[in-house]
Design a protein around this ligand. Structure first.
Ligand code: NAD
Ligand code: 0WE
Length: 262
């Protein structure tokens, strides 16, 4: 029996077979969790329905995290299909495309800042708030995805770095609030992976080659690496862990200097 047997998990953020959320869903299913999914819009419905079917789930809901009405509708609907939720995965990030070109100071605008923070950080608080009635009092947990740009200046990540810093603070505030109600809240800071959100980023290939060279494990991480760590953090094996950001980046973030010759 898997270590997530009996857990009901809602996964927000599948867009393709390469999505980090897909790797998380696969690890959860392997460990015996029951799954439900949301998709951002009609264009993504078919793909998400297909993944759900492959992982033995019939539950998919349309959810744009920019809409409070939509968030309310989705949790009303889930409350009818399930008696509660044990695991909520937030794997959503977005800034307008022009925010990720050039330098931070050139690119940043009030509108770009606002959208990045709304979709990438506030949405976690909004989902946690709406999910709470279904999650409290049942050894449940919430997981969100972050990136190194939250704590270090990474070229072109720009305002997304500020939004991820806010997301990581949101994880800590939610953990402090919801711990007494039986809900743990954690983050995974993943190394760069070629997903839809990452492709089309100028210089991604170069970044992947660099990290492969410098990171202690000498390879890039995969959605399976992230999925396995996610399954642990969202299971009762991690009952003593909340408010933490776990790096699943092959150790890239702990390196202080790299010499090319070894
Ligand atoms: P992805 O494109 O597969 O997933 C991003 C998801 O965000 C998509 O499913 C998209 O539909 C969803 N989304 C965007 N705006 C939304 C909205 N308004 N409402 C609902 N959903 C919305 O890319 P990914 O790389 O799997 O990204 C998932 C998470 O992982 C993001 O938080 C991202 O910042 C984070 N992350 C990615 C990497 C990487 O290198 N790929 C590294 C670290 C962290
Ligand atoms: O969080 C992310 C992806 C963030 C992202 C990507 C896009 C592309 C398409 C947010 N918004 C958008 N908006 C779009 O219109 N990552 C961690 C992947 C990523 O993105 C980068 C990276 C890495 C790594 C952007 C610049 C530099 C490095």
């Amino acid at each position: 029996m898997g270590f997530m047997a009996g857990k009901k998990a809602l996964i927000v953020g599948v867009a393709s077979d390469r999505s980090i959320a897909t790797g998380i869903a696969e690890a959860f299913a392997r460990e015996g969790a029951e799954l439900a999914f949301t998709y951002q819009n009609e264009k993504l419905k078919k793909r998400v329905d297909k993944l759900a079917a492959r992982l033995d789930s019939k539950l998919t809901y349309e959810l744009d995290v920019a809409s409070d009405d939509n968030i309310r509708e989705v949790f009303d609907a889930i409350g009818k299909d399930w008696d509660g939720i044990d695991v909520l995965v937030h794997s959503v990030g977005f800034a307008p495309r022009d925010q990720l070109d050039g330098t931070f100071v050139e690119a940043v605008t009030r509108e770009g800042f606002t959208i990045a923070h709304d979709i990438s950080s506030y949405s976690l608080a909004a989902l946690a708030k709406a999910a709470l009635p279904l999650m409290e009092g049942r050894q449940s947990s919430i997981l969100a995805l972050s990136y190194l740009g939250a704590v270090k200046a990474v070229p072109h990540y720009n305002v997304m770095g500020l939004a991820k810093a806010s997301l990581e603070a949101c994880i800590r505030f939610l953990a402090a609030d919801l711990g007494p109600r039986g809900v743990r809240v954690n983050g995974i800071s993943a190394g760069a992976i070629k997903t839809l959100a990452a492709s089309g980023i100028g210089g991604l290939r170069k970044m992947l080659t660099h990290m492969e060279k410098v990171s202690p494990i000498r390879r890039n991480v995969t959605i399976d690496d992230v999925g396995n760590a996610a399954a642990f953090l969202c299971s009762d094996l991690a009952a003593g862990i909340t408010g933490e950001i776990t790096y699943v980046d092959g150790g890239y973030n702990i390196v202080g200097m790299h010499l090319d010759d070894d």
